[in-house]
Design a protein. Structure first.
Ligand code: XBP
Ligand code: MG
Length: 264
């Protein structure tokens, strides 16, 4: 029985990495560090999960290693710039995310956010869309500060399952990156991957379902998806898919239907 939906944030709820990249560059400038990440460079560095880890990696590559305290200071500056940019420019939510969250809650499911991003980055993204009481919509919010190991470690998803008190088989995770899919899969959770701009080309084949987006009344898929049997991912279609997926997974490996990553 599907009890909970667990959402990644950056790239899944909204495309935000263009703002993160600018915030990192503004922080380097503020700290007098002669590093600027262009889009190509940032796509490469996005394979390093976690802003602090990304900064440390780039400093090391530029043969300018700094202490953990200095990296944390640079990252704190970056987070302030990111909040400023997000408040000033906003980041439209991707099709179907808000709808599916509302449908799922009406159907009695619980919601969680499972993200590598910093806690402070959530308010300017969720507050304007869900209102000042947005946190009460989520039964678990696991951010980059909550676990020592970032994705693809399963730790963040295992923490969310613990807080939700549900088994992996009773949940579905939504992710946009290879590391995020690996993280949820390593926690035993069925994963719906949603292709995103900044992680374009990431290997999402370990996901149980791969979509361009969740679909919405104004953003229907061109055709009914063979695994979803609908032109958008409704809570009803997701629940039916989850039941079929669970039945399939309970079959001996030799008789399972292979995963389909058809573009809807
Ligand atoms: C994406 C990330 C984060 C952001 C930057 O998180 O990897 O590191 O790029 O945010 P998600 P921080 O798991 O939501 O896709 O600088 O706060 O880490
Ligand atoms: Mg993501």
């Amino acid at each position: 029985m599907l009890e909970a939906l667990l959402f990644d944030v950056d790239g899944t709820v909204a495309e935000t990495e263009h703002l993160h990249r600018r915030a990192f560059n503004l922080a380097f400038e503020r700290h007098g560090i002669d590093i600027r990440w262009n889009e190509r460079e940032y796509r490469r560095l996005l394979r390093v999960h976690g802003g602090k880890e990304r900064i440390a990696r780039s400093l090391a590559e530029h043969e300018d290693p700094r202490s953990a305290e200095e990296v944390a200071e640079i990252h704190a500056t970056k987070t302030r710039f990111y909040e400023m940019l997000l408040e000033a420019e906003g980041a439209p939510w991707r099709p179907g995310v808000r709808r599916l969250m509302a449908e799922a809650q009406r159907a009695g499911m619980r919601l969680a956010l499972v993200t590598t991003t910093s806690q402070a980055n959530l308010e300017p993204l969720f507050g304007p869309v869900l209102g000042p009481g947005w946190r009460s919509r989520f039964d678990a919010i696991v951010t980059g500060e909550a676990t020592a190991r970032k994705k693809p470690s399963p730790d963040a998803y295992l923490e969310a399952l613990k807080r939700l008190r549900v088994a992996p088989s009773q949940a579905v995770a939504f992710e946009d990156s290879h590391a995020g899919v690996e993280s949820a899969r390593n926690a035993g959770i069925p994963v719906v991957a949603i292709r995103s701009h900044w992680l374009e080309g990431d290997d999402l084949s370990a996901a149980d379902l791969v979509l361009d987006h969740l679909g919405d009344s104004g953003a229907l898929w061109e055709q009914s998806h063979p695994q979803v049997r609908n032109r958008w991912l409704s809570a009803k279609a997701l629940t039916a898919w989850h039941a079929r997926h669970a039945a399939n997974e309970s079959q001996p490996a030799t008789s399972r239907v292979t995963r389909c990553t058809a573009r809807p």
